[in-house]
Design a protein around this ligand. Structure first.
Ligand code: G3P
Length: 215
């Protein structure tokens, strides 16, 4: 499973990329607004660090989204145009996929939406599991159902598990065979942590200090 960072913060991307495990980045307008930086500059800096950067269109209509999507795609080969899961968005995905521009359909909350986005030619679909959990549903069930449909081999679209909130979401996404998981910085930082690793490492270092100068 590919691991993406869900952020508009270039320093966070550089830090996690150094670990050697980062496959891409997803941004959205809320994350971009939080950082308050020049969007194009941010995307281009991220494209130097990872091979896949999702940049979301914000125009209110089909023609506007098409134009914005083509512009984003012209910035760098690593850009994936993120498009909302609306009927307008589906038209944009169909158009951009016809031009060999990669797309990521965001705000997917049902299997029906996942199927429509894949049929429109989406490179990636992003079901949001945390927001389903937030309203008392089980977001991972949606991923299981999508992967069940995908198991028949009819769709090439990659399933990206989005809106993750904690490490268990990442583990479960991998268990059900999701292609990609996007992870907030704070959650990504938790993934390598384990108290037994910390304690064990400390003890190994201390014991080595006792013997390292012998004979
Ligand atoms: O980037 C899309 C998604 O991961 C947003 O997550 O936490 O705002 O539900 P969240």
């Amino acid at each position: 499973m590919k691991l993406f960072l869900d952020t508009a913060n270039v320093a966070y991307v550089a830090e996690i990329a150094r670990w050697g495990v980062l496959d891409g980045v997803t941004t959205n307008p809320s994350l971009v607004a939080k950082e308050g930086k020049d969007f194009k500059k941010v995307v281009l800096e991220m494209c130097k660090l990872v091979p896949c950067v999702s940049a979301q269109v914000t125009a209110p209509d089909v023609e506007g989204m098409k134009k914005q999507g083509e512009e984003y795609a012209s910035w760098h080969k690593n850009v994936v145009v993120k498009v909302p899961m609306t009927t307008d968005g589906l038209q944009v995905v169909k158009y951009l996929s016809g031009k060999k521009i990669k797309t990521n359909v965001t705000l997917v909350f049902s299997v029906a939406q996942a199927i429509l986005a894949a049929k429109a030619g989406a490179t990636i679909i992003s079901p949001f599991i945390g927001r389903l959990d937030d309203i008392g549903e089980d977001g991972m069930v949606l991923i299981e159902e999508i992967m069940d449909v995908w198991s028949h081999g009819r769709f090439e679209t990659e399933v990206l598990v989005a809106s993750t909130r904690h490490p268990r979401h990442i583990i479960d996404a991998a268990r059900v065979g999701a292609h990609i998981c996007t992870i907030p910085y704070e959650v990504f930082k938790k993934l390598p942590q384990h108290t037994l690793t910390d304690n064990g490492y400390k003890k190994f270092q201390e014991d080595w200090e006792k013997v390292k100068n012998r004979g």
